[in-house]
Design a protein around this ligand. Sequence first.
Ligand code: SF4
Length: 361
Amino acid sequence: MIRPEKIHPVFDCTDCELHKNAKQPVWGRGPKRPFFMLVGEGPGPMEDSAGYPFHPKAPAGELIKDILDELGVPRKDIYLTNATRCFKDKDKITVEHIKACKKYLLEEIRYVKPEWIVIAGNEALKALLGHEGITKDRGRVIIKDGQKYFPIIHPAAALPFRTPEYRKVIKEDLRHLVGRIKNKNVSVLDSLDCKIADDRAKLHILIDELKNLPEDTVICSDFETSNVLTPFHNIVPVVSGMSLAWGPDGGWYIPTDHKNPSVWDKNPEGYELAKKIIRKYAYMKFRKIGQNIKYEQHWMRGMFGVRIKYVWGDTMMLSHLLNPVRGIHGLDKLAWFVKMGGYEQELEEWFAQNLAKEDNS
Ligand code: SF4
């Protein structure tokens, strides 16, 4: 365990007005070269009295401890700290507070040398990466100046009186990270923000992101489609899922009619919401580019009774135009043009490793 005085020569700080509310500055705690460093917003009243961050009996500290327990990561292996060191009481943490306290956070990072820094919430995101938008950045690896960051929603946001659905999102994000750290498996896919909207909380995050996009945004999509034969021998078109991306750093996947088992088996409301988003997408005024979108129009019409509007392009048709002699124009082949080629192999390796572990457990 690192003693704070080893890192910080100054113990009484008055560099911002937050010190007026605080009993003491709350310095970080944990081992050098930890499993990961977790950076939160600032100390609460219990931490202010106890003198260390994420007190295990304080609401957010308890929640993060429980999640770490469930993931099999000892809390003592994590270095816990905050973007600001003094209790804010009724004040709101401002950019000035974050800037004033950043020097201490950087000292800690230099001394502790974490391979991974988990950024919990917008204040830590502002301190370390200089921007906000945690719901957009959460759950993906960001590598900046050689340091690996992994943003998550702050545990305080998942408390019962706020948005309890976020607990599952935080746990799944951390499960993802813990798996990567244990497998030492950082690849091209790690630098992407690939999210699956497989519960209502994530669907709402996706809705918020879509609502905040300007209308001239170019969105790329790919639909997974299949047919179902009914007992009356009718063939019914089914959209089993849809992927969406509007930037080079990642995207979303919305599962709908996947079976065996479906993610929605116990969540019919989530299933209806997922279908509603896909149906509404047909009318959204974005510039839409799809992989074989002319073909997918039939499935959208068959399943939802709509046509996709505002279509800007079709990557499969463009590939045919650019290279008519090539026999195959699937996404796995086009991926080589954007340095993503071979992603199926990485996925297969990931499945092999993870399924083998599940079989052995
Ligand atoms: S929050 Fe940080 S910068 Fe502000 S007084 Fe406390 S220790 Fe100093």
